[in-house]
Write a protein that binds this ligand. Sequence first.
Ligand SMILES: [Zn+2]
Length: 231
Amino acid sequence: MKPNRKAIPKATEHQVREQCGQACANPACRKWNTATHELHHIDGDRSRSVIENLILMCANCHSEEGQGIISTAQVMTWKRMAEFGYLPPPAGHEPVSRTTMRDNHGVIADHVENLTIKQTKDKSGKSVPLPGTVGAHPDMRDYANYLSKRYIDWRKKGIAMGIDKRRFSPASAQGILCEGFGSQSSLIVPQTHFHKWVTQAQGKIDATVWGKINPHRNYHTWEEHLAQRHG
Ligand SMILES: [Zn+2]
């Protein structure tokens, strides 16, 4: 199909096929039929036949890519998934445990939006931030909430894609992000520890399965947050 297919060294082709698990790299397809599958040059340059630029696709998905139905950005994400070993098993070869996990995660996902952060309340039940804490500083509070939500969203995304296999309850996110800070909520972290907390939270977002393969930045910085709010 591709004029320069022959230019791909056999050893490279073998590596690419191995990396993709001998199946179409489209996670929604994963058709397993090596005889009819094709190697696709991700950046469109057919002379650049290096492993980084090649991915295995079935004839159908390859044709959809050619028509622009499947974007280059999508293919790049699949390539990163292949590199990290995150592609789902080939179609028809899926172990039972994965199906079970997906069902569990579906249940968890329904509760994600209900995340609430416990704080001190006054007589009318309104949350009162403790003086000197992140919660008492509007900019710090908003940025902490932003990073917390991002962490949850990134975990959710990996789980929805079937590539994050660790159990996760959104209610545990605050505890995870505050690890080592002696608190269960970022809002009661002392303002003096805010930057340390931010560095840890950003690191944990980068370390999520989606954070590692996301082709874009995982979050905006504290400085950008301030610039957005105060110009
Ligand atoms: Zn396919």
